[in-house]
Design a protein around this ligand. Structure first.
Ligand code: XCC
Length: 660
């Protein structure tokens, strides 16, 4: 057994078969030369569990785990599989699915809660480090929270005058009401009404408008406890409440309040890939998700005394680069470089050039501590929710009330580590330029105030067929799937067929590395209609809208398209489809579900843990269309995946009477 273990752990991934990204291939080869094991190697040594993959392993009580794989010869006649308590494969798979929605919604929403708390502190002027940067956005969202922006006062002659309220008073009231959305027990979350009227009314009719963000997540945990909800339709209904509470609730509040505090993204230039690191600079990578931390590290790393301190240690300056969604946050707001997406986190350390990797929450692989141990990199954890049990990480807790000072301490720790590099680092030369920062406000602005404006009439171009439809392609990397490959195949196939792509998360980074986020790429990759539109307006054919909580921007963009008119009354009428070709995290499941119940046909790659429960799968993949107008699908082959999206787009075009 020991020998088998030995040989399993010494299996190595083939770098060229692991990624389409040259920097990743080079660093994976270096890791292997350096005898450093990465996720790519473990993926070839460890095979996933077949029953878990099907979604039919139940371990919610201690009488199991009950394992209900599909019989090899398929189901003949009645499906008699059941767990000890009698749970059907449908109940088991639906409960497992629901728990993924709960975890995903919890992750995004807890992020949003943290933002709302800091926002409220800033509104009450309880911190010097955060303030109100985008007043316009605050004024735009205040009415959604039923917060008045003006007040009526008596004029000098007794007449009534309408006056603007103090911006910090408005902010405080918005902050209190936003924060209240988590603990609300009854009624409806405010943002549900932001959806197109038809969608909101459908949700009301179906009784799925979330009462409060936390409540719906807790209720999933209760319903999926042993012996509670045993009807997969009813379990999915609760998934719907929690997922809407994520997309239109916690995530949307996170996006909005971050924009107000740190600025709403507008198109800006940036650079991506491991080539952004510099040999003669202190390199700091901020990795994770919450911009509360990274925004302050941006400020701290640019302070003259910090730069001077770096120089005193022999460096020429400081490079601050991002990884995962933290990267998207600081890229879209400040144009700061991105080192890479999820599967590149270990490899950034393998360069030997990263003096500190600063992490907060989500998508942080535990193995970065082991990899860092082989080089000089300091892993700095910062969030009390996310520590790594290792002798080799440093915890510098980030307290928002003392934000800048904490950030300076973190930057100083990185600088102090610069002289400890083990000789010459090896930094790949690959890096790519990109244009990013397409918030829906930015898109609106570029359209001259409306999607049907004269500058960039998106709706008109969809109606006249130059643009065939809209694809939202988002989500993670997955070590079970060649790094970035499915992302790029899906996106390129959509572009070739005149489908404009909105992107966030690790897909956005894959597109950036492949040059798809530059306006020049339109003439190389797009069909003639889309190329013409992109060239006229000067935009890339793939619009980078931000991080994964910013999928809420895609919901709002879709809503704006509906409201601009000419393409039906609801999101489900639009010639649009969603995709996550390389998903891996539970957050992706919550995102997928809120897109589906917002009316979007949503295709996942890699695999979905529902295949062992055929009736549950049918409910998600077919029956939901009759209820919500959107449904799930899973297609591993990326070409077929894109073709299915295009077929759906064409179906919607036909229903709208276009292309006649
Ligand atoms: Fe997935 Fe969200 Fe993480 Fe990238 S970073 S791996 S969740 S796409 Ni957001």
């Amino acid at each position: 057994a020991a020998a088998a273990e030995e040989s399993a752990s010494t299996k190595k991934a083939d770098p060229k078969a692991s990624s389409v990204d040259i920097a990743t291939i080079q660093m994976l080869a270096k890791a292997q030369r350096d005898n450093v094991e990465t996720i790519f190697d473990r993926a070839v040594s460890m095979k996933p569990c077949n029953i878990g993959e099907q979604g039919t392993c139940c371990k919610i009580c201690s009488q199991g785990p009950c394992r209900l794989p599909l019989p090899k010869k398929g189901i003949e006649g009645k499906d008699t599989r059941k767990g000890l308590c009698g749970a059907t494969p449908e109940t088991i798979a639906a409960r497992n699915f629901a728990r993924m929605v709960a975890a995903g919604a919890a992750a995004h929403s807890d992020h949003g809660r943290g933002v709302a708390e800091v926002f409220l502190t800033a509104a009450r002027k309880g911190t010097h480090d955060y303030g109100i940067k985008d007043e316009q956005k605050l004024l735009e969202i205040a009415p959604d929270f039923e917060v008045p922006t003006t007040v009526i006062v008596d004029g000098p002659n007794g007449e009534k005058i309408e006056q603007m309220r103090d911006i910090y008073d408005i902010a405080e009231e918005v902050g209190v009401k936003a924060l209240g959305q988590w603990g609300q027990q009854d009624g409806e979350i405010y943002n549900a009404k932001r959806a197109p009227k038809a969608r909101y009314e459908l949700w009301r009719k179906l009784d799925v408008v979330p009462r409060g963000i936390d409540r719906e997540i807790v209720e999933i945990m209760h319903r999926t406890h042993m012996g509670v909800d045993q009807d997969y339709h009813n379990i999915v209904k609760q998934c719907t409440r929690a997922a809407i509470g994520d997309g239109w609730g916690g995530s949307m509040i996170a996006t909005d309040l971050q924009d107000i505090m740190f600025g709403t993204p507008y198109p800006t230039q940036g650079e991506i890939n491991l080539g952004v690191l510099k040999q003669d600079h202190v390199n700091i990578i901020v990795h994770g998700h919450e911009p509360l931390l990274s925004e302050m590290i941006v400020v701290a790393s640019q302070l003259p005394d910090m730069v001077d301190y770096a120089k005193s240690k022999g460096a020429h300056g400081i490079v601050l680069a991002g990884m995962c969604c933290t990267a998207n946050e600081i890229l879209c707001r400040h144009g700061l470089p991105i080192a890479g997406n999820y599967l590149q986190q270990e490899l950034a350390i393998v360069t030997g050039a990263v003096d500190a990797m600063v992490v907060d929450v989500q998508c942080i692989m535990e193995n970065i501590a082991n990899v860092a141990d082989c080089y000089h990199t300091k892993i700095i954890t910062t969030n009390p929710r996310a520590m790594i049990e290792s002798g080799h990480t440093t915890h510098i807790e980030f307290d928002e009330h003392n934000a800048l000072e904490d950030a300076k301490k973190i930057v100083k720790t990185a600088i102090d580590n610069f002289p400890n590099r083990h000789g010459e680092a090896m930094i790949p030369s690959a890096k790519e330029k990109m244009v990013v920062g397409f918030s829906y406000e930015a898109i609106n602005y570029h359209l001259g105030g409306t999607f049907r404006g004269s500058y960039w009439p998106l709706n008109d171009n969809i109606i006249n067929g130059r643009i065939r439809g809209i694809g939202g392609v988002v989500g993670c990397n997955n070590a079970r799937s060649m790094h970035d490959s499915a992302h790029l195949t899906v996106v390129k196939e959509l572009l070739k067929n005149d489908v404009i792509v909105l992107t966030t998360g690790c897909n956005a980074m894959a597109c950036g590395k492949a040059g798809l986020l530059s306006p020049e790429s339109a003439k190389v990759f797009c069909g003639p209609g889309l190329a013409e539109v992109c060239e006229t307006v000067g935009i890339p054919p793939v619009l980078h809208m931000g991080s994964c909580v910013d999928n809420s921007r895609i919901l709002m963009a879709a809503t704006q398209v509906v409201k601009a008119g000419g393409l039906g009354k609801d999101i489900s009428d639009l010639p649009a489809a969603g995709s996550a070709p390389e998903w891996m995290s539970e957050k992706a499941i919550s995102i997928g579900h809120y897109f589906v119940v917002s009316g979007v046909y949503t295709v996942f790659g890699v695999g979905l843990p529902v295949t062992g429960a055929p009736r549950f799968q049918k409910h998600l993949f077919e029956e939901l269309e009759g209820i919500y107008g959107g449904m799930w699908d899973m297609i591993v082959d990326p070409y077929e995946h894109a073709q299915a999206m295009i077929r759906h787009i064409d179906k919607k075009r036909a229903a709208l009477g276009l292309d006649k």
